[in-house]
Write a protein that binds this ligand. Structure first.
Ligand SMILES: O=C(NCC(=O)N1CCC[C@H]1C(=O)O)OCc1ccccc1
Length: 696
């Protein structure tokens, strides 16, 4: 037997997996397990006498109008608005910026309980047709629909089996390129766990049935590739950017000649042929295509590639890499400019540059916080951007770049019954186990007394090049305001806060740095008298759920309460379900012996053990039956292991619970009422676990 196969068998032979049966969501045993768990957890969370107060307060604080930036399509403006407690935001249309808004599409009318959400959308080049994806119960699957923007009339066809898909129009307004999985067998409602392979890029002509659609791009020898596609700003080119996991993509292109039928495979020219960096199309200036890339630039930069002479030695830097700040995104505006958004020590910095030579033309001043939303196009000089921070719910600015005017506040979002002046946001840098300085935001009352008595809610994510920047979160503010709490957000490695070096510092064989960074954040908060372990709660979702569960296994003594939402818990098998195989770019795969050992070291499911002294903190796992990003089996297997290993020990008096939501998924598109319910559960669990008093 080959040494590698022998080694794998030996290793895997050592690893028990007694709850493998929980991997079948449709078996009677799994359904009974889910019901039995919910039957314990729901009464536990409902038994909290402060629950109603917490729920009412969350609802009251949530009930403020939320807006997106307005965006121009055709001769109209469109924007999303939620009056406050609507389950889904509504898409409005205006003839002018101060015209009377009219409802354009209200997703709340598409389901009784608000579980149908708009997951993606794109207007045709002339604004005459609106293509939009609808997802149900939080699944990543969506169906694509088409609407005439003048009459509001729906086209008859609905595109099915769409997932991880672009929507990009040919500039003749005739149809769209989109991604689908025609070979997917069985259920495609998000409750299934089957892997997604063999995505195809198709072209759909509006007004025709999907059966007439043609596969225009496929990579038969690469079943794992997801095919990114974008029609260029000028409409002449189709840029194809296949990606295999969660980083590094290739670049192909083809010319879209006027009148092209698009009824056969496209002949692609390959520009980038090595999976070694990210290349994101920004715009093009004639044959000069601009990409945001980290190729030779861990903080990212903009390069120009001449599509007619695309050899690498001919690539030129348009916006060189900044030595410290991360180029987060760029958008072409006003014909010959682009807006660049940087991350500087975790806060957003917004600048306008020349598309001709990249030079900086002006800054757009911001407070300490985040640009959460931007609207601008190469063909318009008017741009909009929305700013948020921990204490600012949203300010939308408008500026017309054709003149030197200062940005004007278009809309300032107000929250009732919350006096932000009572609170402050500090950014501190603490030292992690290996000496690395880690930034952390701390939000609390101005008059807080640091005597170790305050409860803390510590949040982290730590992966996939994702930067956790300041945002306005009602749940966290209720914790600060009504539990006299301290909110701490640790920008641990694995994220993108300091570019590629930060991401690489927390992935593959450096993954333990992420857990060390988070545990050191907790120790910093204790040493500096913000709190004590018994008053310290930790919260994370998805990859952040892995963070929570791994840190609880490694330091059960450090935390008073732990909440892991939709966590990745089985690090030996995650790649076998839905899109899990894409995560090997951060985690590696247990199919590779060197990664097998590394994964086994921190996999939450495989590292539950009885603590030498004391017990595990109060632990709540949250998942949902239609989560097809991180399938619920991860959390089901972990809670079974926790309860079976620790649940009967006399010293384990803290609860070890799970709640499985129905008609819900990974989080995207979740209706407001379900979000408030879940936030109530989280705060109730913290109140009960830390023995806090909720003060209205
Ligand atoms: O899997 C991911 N991204 C990584 C991801 O979602 N992860 C990675 C680990 C668990 C989970 C999380 O942290 O949210 O994206 C798949 C996707 C979705 C939509 C369009 C294109 C591609």
């Amino acid at each position: 037997m080959l040494p590698l196969v022998w080694l794998r068998k030996r290793c895997q032979g050592l690893v028990k997996d007694p709850y493998r049966w929980l991997e079948d969501p449709d078996s009677e045993e799994t359904k009974a397990f889910v019901d039995a768990q919910n039957a314990i957890t729901k009464p536990y969370l409902e038994s909290c006498k402060a629950r109603q107060d917490i729920y009412e307060r969350l609802k009251q604080l949530w009930d403020f109008p939320k807006y997106s930036c307005p965006a121009r399509y055709g001769d109209k403006y469109y924007f999303y608005k939620n009056t406050g407690l609507q389950n889904q935001s509504v898409l409005y249309v205006q003839d002018t910026l101060d015209g009377e808004p009219r409802v354009f599409l209200d997703p709340n009318t598409l389901s009784e309980d608000g579980t149908v959400a708009i997951s993606s959308s794109e207007f045709s080049e002339d604004g005459s047709i609106f293509a939009y994806g609808l997802s149900s119960s939080g699944s990543d699957w969506c169906t694509i629909h088409f609407m005439n923007t003048k009459t509001g009339e729906k086209y008859p066809e609905i595109l099915e089996k769409v997932k991880y898909s672009p929507i990009t129009w040919t500039h003749d307004n005739r149809g769209i390129f989109y991604g689908c999985y025609p070979e997917q067998k069985g259920k495609t409602d998000g409750s299934e766990t089957e892997s997604n392979i063999n995505q195809k890029l198709c072209y759909h002509v509006v007004g025709t049935p999907q059966s007439k659609d043609v596969i225009v791009v496929e990579f038969l020898e690469e079943p794992l590739w997801r095919i990114g596609a974008q029609v260029s700003d000028c409409g002449k080119w189709l840029i194809i950017t296949p990606v295999k996991d969660c980083r590094d993509n290739l670049v192909y292109f083809t010319e879209l000649k006027p009148g092209m039928q698009l009824n056969e495979k496209l002949q692609l020219t390959q520009v980038v042929d090595k999976l070694e960096a990210d290349y994101e199309y920004v715009t093009n200036d004639g044959t000069k295509a601009i990409f945001r890339t980290n190729k030779g630039a861990p903080n990212y930069k903009l390069i120009a590639i001449d599509l007619l002479d695309y050899k690498q030695e001919k690539w030129v830097d348009l916006l060189p890499e900044h030595p410290d700040n991360v180029l987060d995104w760029a958008c072409a505006v006003d014909g010959n400019k682009f807006v660049a958004c940087y991350i500087e020590h975790v806060k957003s910095v917004l600048q306008v540059h020349s598309l001709i030579n990249g030079e900086k033309l002006r800054s757009l001043p911001l407070d300490v916080g985040t640009i959460v939303n931007f609207a601008g196009q190469k063909k318009y000089s008017e741009i909009f951007y929305q700013f948020k921070s921990f204490l600012i719910p949203g300010i939308i600015y408008r500026v017309d770049l054709k003149n030197e005017e200062e940005p004007q506040v278009l809309r300032e979002i107000k929250v009732k019954n919350f006096d932000a002046c009572l609170y402050k946001t500090d950014q501190i840098f603490y030292t992690s186990k290996d000496g690395t300085k880690i930034p952390m935001f701390i939000v609390m009352r101005h008059d807080a007394v640091l005597d170790g008595s305050m409860p803390v809610l510590l949040y982290g994510y730590g992966g996939f090049n994702v930067s956790i920047q300041p945002t306005f979160g009602v749940t966290k503010l209720v914790f600060v305001q009504h539990l006299n709490g301290v909110l701490a957000v640790a920008n641990i490695r694995g994220g993108g806060e300091y570019g590629e070096k930060w991401h690489n510092g927390g992935r593959f064989f450096n993954k333990q740095n992420v857990f060390d960074d988070f545990q050191c954040a907790a120790e910093y908060l204790i040493e500096n008298k913000y709190t004590t372990s018994s008053k310290l709660s930790i919260l994370g979702a998805s990859n952040g759920g892995l963070l929570i569960a791994a840190c609880v296994n490694q330091r059960p003594d450090l935390f008073g309460a732990a909440i892991a939402q939709v966590g990745v818990m089985d690090m030996l098998r995650f790649h076998k379900f839905t899109i899990g195989v894409a995560w090997v770019s951060d985690y590696g795969s247990s199919d590779d012996p060197k990664h097998f050992e590394n994964l086994l070291k921190y996999s939450p499911l495989h590292n539950v053990k009885v603590p030498e002294s004391g017990q595990y903190p109060a632990t709540l796992l949250l998942t949902a039956d239609h989560d097809d990003r991180v399938v619920p089996l991860h959390s089901l297997k972990l809670i079974a292991t926790l309860q079976n290993t620790l649940g009967n020990l006399p010293q384990q008096t803290n609860p070890l619970l799970i709640k499985i939501e129905t008609k819900a998924g990974h989080g995207g598109g979740k209706p407001t009422m379900k979000v408030i319910e879940e936030s109530t559960d989280i705060l109730v669990f913290i109140v009960k676990s830390l023995g806090l008093e909720f003060k209205l």
